[in-house]
Design a protein around this ligand. Structure first.
Ligand code: SF4
Ligand code: SF4
Ligand code: SF4
Length: 352
């Protein structure tokens, strides 16, 4: 027996049992917009932007959370779908302060894209006043509740992707809000400032504090690189403007981190601009450092090792491999100590 099939926008399509309508559509090149859907997480159907029309169903269904079924006849862009989606977008735009002009996410905001795509050039509904003040007391993340659409992606990113469980939904009705702990500031909660919530926020409700007013998506160039901090080798995108980093994001689908980062990888890049950064080896003579070439410094270290081993034996030396080194470098270091120096005095610094 073959796979089940359905009709999508008039096209007959086979699908894998267990796929949702959204997954079938995406697998077949049909775009259904989403706001709350977070890849790899359980669909919540919260934003209602992915509604589609299924023949015979009384109401529109959320494609992210509705399993595809054999024989379904689905329309993703019918007049009814587009009208409802436009209304949803209008209501979201009216749910806070969405003026876009100085928003950090302008040009990279799913709500803004949806408003444009559906021709929302005026908001017909009264804008709901937002009762929660913006939080920017911590060094890394600004939480602007006036731009939060309560999609819940940040909560899933924190709870399910990073498994930090620092934030959740709090309050009800017009006071509804994403809260940290019992509704305290991020820096007073269990938040570890991994910044995953910021990366997954589809609008400008969570932004990187250090990058504010330094450049938006149209101004920056993305440069993919490997995190310099530890041996895991997480893949980063540096967002660079005029040679300076504006912000850092994890490379989605890039192994090994699949878009996730820790606080150091995401926010700890200031050191590269430090005036105190060492750029050449230094050799200390008569209590003072002087700059040296790599050849000179390496010869000095090698000769010192030789001298100590000749005088006191191989167990008089020890090595600690840097936690920032990649596995291959740590392997080479233990080879140097065990096979060349003939000592087992070799360890690895586990802390970063
Ligand atoms: S969050 Fe999006 S829609 Fe709202 S102000 Fe920012 S760019 Fe505009
Ligand atoms: S920064 Fe990380 S730990 Fe803190 S709330 Fe966001 S996802 Fe959770
Ligand atoms: S902060 Fe962003 S991700 Fe979290 S609920 Fe609000 S809009 Fe969604």
């Amino acid at each position: 027996m073959g796979n089940p099939s359905l009709t999508l926008n008039g096209r007959s399509i086979e699908f894998e049992p267990g796929q949702t309508i959204l997954e079938v559509a995406r697998a077949n090149g049909v775009t259904i917009p989403t706001l709350c859907h977070l890849k790899g997480c359980h669909p919540t159907g919260a934003c209602r932007v992915c509604l589609v029309e299924v023949a015979g169903a009384r109401s529109l269904v959320a494609s992210c959370s509705t399993p595809a079924d054999n024989g379904m006849n689905i329309q993703t862009n019918s007049e009814r779908v587009l009208k409802t989606r436009k209304l949803t977008v209008e209501l979201l735009m009216a749910s806070g302060k969405h003026n876009c002009i100085t928003c950090e996410r302008s040009g990279d905001c799913t709500l803004q894209d949806l408003a444009y795509a559906h021709g929302v050039d005026e908001i017909r509904f009264p804008v709901t006043p937002q009762p929660h003040a913006t939080e920017d007391a911590n060094p890394f993340i600004i939480r602007d509740f006036t731009r939060c659409i309560l999609c819940g992606r940040c909560v899933q990113a924190c709870q399910d992707v990073q498994v930090n469980r620092a934030i959740s939904f709090g309050y009800r009705g017009p006071k509804a809000k994403i809260i940290a702990g019992p509704d305290v500031r991020y820096d007073q909660s269990d938040c570890v400032f991994c910044g995953q919530c910021v990366q997954e926020c589809p609008v400008g409700a969570l932004v990187e504090k250090k990058g504010k007013f330094l450049g938006r998506v149209k101004d920056v160039q993305k440069v993919r690189t490997t995190c310099p901090y530890c041996g895991v080798g997480c893949q980063l995108n540096l967002h660079v403007k005029d040679g300076k980093i504006v912000k850092v994001t994890g490379v989605e689908d890039g192994a090994p981190n699949k878009g996730r980062l820790c606080v150091k990888g995401r926010f700890g890049y200031d050191f590269i601009y430090s005036d105190e950064r060492l750029k050449t080896p230094l050799i200390k003579e008569n209590g003072e450092f002087r700059e040296a070439s790599w050849d000179e410094a390496l010869d000095l270290v090698a000769n010192k090792f030789k001298e100590i081993i000749a005088k006191h034996g191989p167990d008089a030396v020890a090595g600690v491999s840097c936690a920032r080194s990649i596995n291959e470098d740590s392997y080479q270091m233990q080879k140097l100590f065990r096979a060349v120096f003939k000592t087992n005095n070799i360890d690895h610094c586990a802390r970063t």
